[in-house]
Write a protein that binds this ligand. Sequence first.
Ligand SMILES: Cc1cc2nc3c(=O)[nH]c(=O)nc-3n(C[C@H](O)[C@H](O)[C@H](O)COP(=O)(O)OP(=O)(O)OC[C@H]3O[C@@H](n4cnc5c(N)ncnc54)[C@H](O)[C@@H]3O)c2cc1C
Length: 336
Amino acid sequence: MQQQLQALQSSLDGELHFGSLMRHLYATDASVYRELPLAVVLPKHEEDIRKIIHFAREHGLSIIPRAAGTSLAGQCVGDGIVVDISKYLNRILEVNAEEGWVRVQPGVVRDELNVMLKGHGLFFGPNTSTANRAMIGGMVGNNSCGTTSIVYGSTRDHVLELKTILSDGSDATFHALGPEALQQKLQGDTLESQVYRQLYEALSRPEQQQAIRENYPKASIHRRNTGYAVDVLLEGQPFRPEGEAFNLCKLLSGSEGTLAFTTEIKLHVDPLPKPKDVVVCAHFNSIDESMEAVLVAMSFHPDACELMDKILMDLTKQNIEQRKNRFLWKAIPPPS
Ligand SMILES: Cc1cc2nc3c(=O)[nH]c(=O)nc-3n(C[C@H](O)[C@H](O)[C@H](O)COP(=O)(O)OP(=O)(O)OC[C@H]3O[C@@H](n4cnc5c(N)ncnc54)[C@H](O)[C@@H]3O)c2cc1C
């Protein structure tokens, strides 16, 4: 395999590493898992990615797309080729303030995107605790969200279009399709059309629909990522005429890089929210007590709600940067 990897290396404009150091560096992400990859690639552009896909297909290898690698369940760990898009595929390509969208490469860091969008009076709502390093490609892969999900939902709710490369190396751009456009997609003989056809046929079967509706988590639990979101597709057109237009971005969001390699993302962005003027920091004696209080908090329609447990607060004692913020932990007497 060394020879074949060397041949691939010399055909790429980006970097390919199969030495021990890089393989060990990329054997872990933020999870507890560890597995040595065969090689690590830092592609320069789409053509590099296409070559890697052809190579992996030819040799029966897996591809593990990687953005910031902050996933917690081993999503960026594997024995195939880790493809890290953080170094070269990190440009913001276009902003349309009037229509409220931005087009980015997958390696753009979420907080850095918002620094740029601020100048336009806009921001990308979904956040994560890791937002100062998590990248949009990874957020789409994980369907990330955080404290702001109450108002802004999860990443899936904001993905308008995904430019991708499929397993045969062909390009496919996914976005919302009206009834006619969907019919056209179903007709072709490309892999993209096959994907549409297979999904459409499977989701049209009444027994399949019933199985999905009965066994997927309740739709009211919005903040979740439990497998392929075929249940979300069923809630839209053509399965529910009053639903949103059919859009495979819903399925790709949260698919953990297993269905296609994303090379560009078009995201809906919101107007910047007003600065917060009220922060309530309530203290509880147990997790159960704090969970019950969430119900009360929600009735006041907050923008964000976050739990900080004792472990986290205790860790701030040793943290030079956060120690000064520990006053939040001190019991503040109620007003007399
Ligand atoms: C301390 C800590 C706190 C966290 N808090 C939160 C939180 O509040 N909310 C939350 O949702 N998550 C949280 N996470 C998990 C994680 O940080 C987020 O999900 C984050 O958005 C992942 O972004 P990333 O750039 O690190 O993606 P990665 O971990 O690199 O990748 C995520 C997924 O996307 C896939 N992927 C990446 N790039 C591409 C591409 N170009 N094409 C196709 N697939 C791709 C990967 O294969 C992987 O499956 C936390 C993690 C840690 C360590």
